[in-house]
Write a protein that binds this ligand. Structure first.
Ligand SMILES: [Zn+2]
Length: 103
């Protein structure tokens, strides 16, 4: 998060310090802008990583399937699967995700 503020700070400084030098001002503006963009991308990437599907082998049919979110059903045999130990052994609830899953 700090990088976003640093980027904004650099741009802010650039406007005041280099206001009499357009070239230096644009360079500082670009540096500030790039740090804002790169930090946004890092947070976007972390966001994508945390919602990524997890590939597992189904313990029931032993085919590879994927888990979306905290809990999901095997796409081959509808075996309830979870990555959350708190949900282990419990019935897969439609609340966790899956609009079309009814148990
Ligand atoms: Zn299965």
């Amino acid at each position: 998060m700090a990088l976003i503020f640093i980027g904004i700070f650099i741009m802010y400084i650039a406007i005041f310090v280099f206001s009499n030098n357009p070239i230096l001002m644009s360079i500082a503006m670009i540096i500030g802008f790039l740090s804002v963009i790169s930090s946004s991308l890092v947070y976007l990437w972390i966001g994508i990583k945390s919602t990524q599907t997890i590939h597992v082998n189904c313990p029931n049919c032993e085919k590879q399937t994927k888990i979306l979110g905290r809990a999901d059903a095997c796409m081959h045999c509808d075996e309830p699967l979870t990555i959350d130990p708190n949900l282990e052994g419990k019935e897969l609830d439609a609340r966790y995700n899956r609009k079309n899953f009814q148990s």
